[in-house]
Design a protein around this ligand. Sequence first.
Ligand SMILES: [Zn+2]
Length: 383
Amino acid sequence: MQAFYCTHYEQAHQKFCEAVSELGWSLELRSLSSPAADRQLVTAVAQHTPVSQAGDRALVITTGLHGVEGFFGTAVLLKLLEQYRQLGPPDCTVLLMHALNPYGYAQCRRCDEHNRDLNRNFLLPGQSYEGAPELYHKLDSFLNPRNGTQSGEPFYAKALMIAMRYGYAAVQSAIASGQYEYPKGLFYGGDQASDLSAWLSERLPHWLQGTEQVMHLDIHTGLGRWMSYKLMFETRLNRSQRQRVQELFRDDELVELLPMQAPNTNRQGLAKDASAHPPYRVQGSFGRWCAQVAGVPEYLFAVAEFGTYPAVKVLRALRRENQLHHWGHSQALETKKASMQPEKEELLEAFCPRSEKWRRVCLDRAVGVVERATRMLLEEGAA
Ligand SMILES: [Zn+2]
């Protein structure tokens, strides 16, 4: 199992490319236009084209949009590739995207080389790269302290005070829904579309040419309870899809996220209980954008989120690493070295825990989710 988990980006990229070429799938590489230092930063996309006419259906798995979360994403892709090698790939087009944010992966950061949270960067027509939640302004000095990292600061006490003052849900939403005013701050969505989106807007319609139905899963970590996972649909499901999703994923936590600014009717969502409601609304998320640019009639997109530590601990790790990066003495691209700075170690632990049990259980769950999503895609196409 540990063989699926890599210790640094280069190893992950190499293992992924090797596993793909063993299967004889096609591989497309995209180098980051502004690679830092001497490291080659590459996103790799593997494509399997079925021999039958089932190419009108496509399974898309994307990983590493949040750089450091790529460590788990790689493990999922490597395990899937191994299964495809042993049992044969599914009878549909398969697209596997490795390290969508290779800089963040290599640097052990969640964001990209411009401090952008890429899952807040994919704006839809009519949206603009400006603004921040009202409460974010008030929280800025807490979230993004401009001094070097200090141990022993009363982070948890401050966080508790803030949560008590403004309410936990309001704080979570203000922090994580995305902001466009603090370029060095956490959850910054950027001031323009990324090169990644320019590349994907050209390549995604090409890869999916002739496709009628897509099932797209985007793998993430760091949100939710330890070892649990949520499947969060970003695109609308019709009645029969919703029913099928509820059957197939009946033991799982399902959330249906409505598109931003959609009229909020009394529609029946997927959430089975109040605790399963969307944690917050995000502007500039990847899924709705993919569904718009792909040019595919039926595009289902879900984020599969695997929980690690409590949100406040994950936030502490993000904050410390961001502080180190902008205001500390970070040395560029040093995660390849055997020993990392403690801030980087803490971030890595928050998004890909060392616990063998976490790694095994979450990996099995992720592959199980992909299997069920594939079944749904193939059944639906056959109907
Ligand atoms: Zn993520």
